[in-house]
Design a protein around this ligand. Structure first.
Ligand SMILES: C[S@@+](CC[C@H](N)C(=O)[O-])C[C@H]1O[C@@H](n2cnc3c(N)ncnc32)[C@H](O)[C@@H]1O
Length: 376
């Protein structure tokens, strides 16, 4: 079932001042509509049926679709994101990690009709979902399937060079984690895949079945910060002697067999995180994207980054610091030897964390850290 099939169309009659359900489970592509006014859970529009004007209508997102939309991924620290990101409601913003479109929807609702959002995701499924979910914003939303480190060329293709704000909400969406076929989670049985863009050459299967002991140990240590990296790598190699390791269940079982039960869940998530980072080169892309934000942001405009593990957060923190304080002060030298100018002002001396209430409602938010900086 696609998202649009879940739409219920309600027809508004101004004479009777009432709404009634006309069609359920109708695809949006079956009729044309021009959004007139967006309301919280629906859109007023000019309706045409079989190419003929059929008056004004109001379509409402059904309970089901609203539930489905939020189940795809619940946006994290929404209020803080909006507060830090939007400085000009008529500006052009970038959501570099569109995902389920939760942040994007809230941003678009805040923008004036002149404002625009460029939504980017590497994952075709996320992009398709969000395009459907955010259809009512018409040309205010521009979507591109790309890696966020390609932002300069995406903007160039759109005839733009600078924007008014950039959001990166890193990592995987709940939908990706919950999807059996993607292999991102040790809680789901599936093939060892983990490609964020679904089409890269290297898969988790290749890493687990082909990497040498020292390389497995290195990625588990570096990208998973796992103390038992060597032990897990060795167990993988031993299992490989008997045959290939094909599924997330098999990998999880190998880890369970060598890690003390009290620590096993943490190790499982660290090893899966490490393999995901290796496959998708998350840290390389993030570093490149952060560098480009400095060239792309207009003065007094902001970058907001949410990370979910310490490697990413450390990278963001150090990058912002370097851009805010490019010269290292050396007390032993009488003069300040560096003439490089600061490019960013840090807005969050400490990372912003979700409230206890949000963390309780949305377990995924628990590890989130938001950092924001403003272009000088
Ligand atoms: C945490 S989710 C974003 C959720 C989104 N903010 C929302 O409210 O629904 C992260 C998204 O970023 C995408 N992503 C991860 N790395 C990416 C990259 N290097 N370039 C583009 N998209 C990326 C993933 O495919 C995923 O859809």
């Amino acid at each position: 079932m696609t998202t649009t099939e879940l739409l219920a169309l309600r027809h508004y009659s101004s004479e009777k001042n009432s709404t009634r359900t006309v069609w359920n489970h109708l695809s949006l592509s079956e009729f044309s509509l021009a959004p007139v006014q967006y309301r919280n859970t629906g859109v007023l529009f000019d309706i045409q049926l079989n190419g003929k004007p059929a008056g004004k209508g109001y379509y409402q997102l059904s309970e089901k679709i609203l539930k489905y939309a939020s189940a795809y991924h619940v946006p994290v620290m929404l209020k803080s994101v909006l507060g830090y990101l939007i400085t000009d409601p008529s500006g052009i913003y970038v959501d570099g990690t569109l995902g389920g479109g939760g942040h994007a929807e809230a941003i678009l609702e805040r923008l004036s009709p002149k404002g625009k959002l460029i939504g980017i995701d590497w994952d075709a499924d996320a992009l398709q979902f969000s395009k459907n979910r955010l259809k009512r914003f018409g040309s205010q939303l521009i979507t591109r399937r790309a890696n966020f480190d390609e932002l300069p060329s995406v903007l160039h293709d759109l005839g733009l060079s600078k924007v008014d704000g950039i959001l990166l909400d890193l990592g995987v969406s709940s939908h990706q984690l919950d999807s059996d076929s993607r292999g991102f989670s040790y809680l789901k049985s599936g093939p060892l895949d983990m490609r964020m863009n679904g089409s890269g050459e290297l898969t988790a299967f290749d890493v687990i079945n082909q990497y040498a002991y020292k390389d497995l140990k290195r990625i588990f240590k570096e990208y998973g910060e796992e103390r038992q990296a060597g032990r897990v790598a060795l167990a993988i190699l031993k299992t490989r002697e008997k045959g290939t390791i094909n599924t997330t269940d098999e990998l999880a079982e190998i880890i369970r067999s060598v890690i003390f039960p009290n620590y096993v869940n943490k190790t499982l998530s660290r090893i899966f995180q490490a393999v995901r980072i290796e496959i998708n080169q998350d840290l390389v892309h993030l570093q490149k994207a952060l560098k480009s934000t400095v060239d792309i942001l207009k003065p007094s405009r902001r970058a907001v980054v949410i990370s979910y593990h310490s490697l990413e957060d450390r990278l963001v923190k150090h990058f912002f610091k370097k851009m805010a304080q490019p010269c290292e002060y050396l007390p032993e030298l009488p003069i300040y030897p560096c003439e490089e100018e600061a490019k960013l002002k840090i807005l969050t001396q400490r990372p912003v964390r979700p409230s206890a209430e949000e963390a309780a409602k949305n377990p995924r938010a628990r590890s989130a850290k938001l950092r924001a900086a403003e272009r000088i």
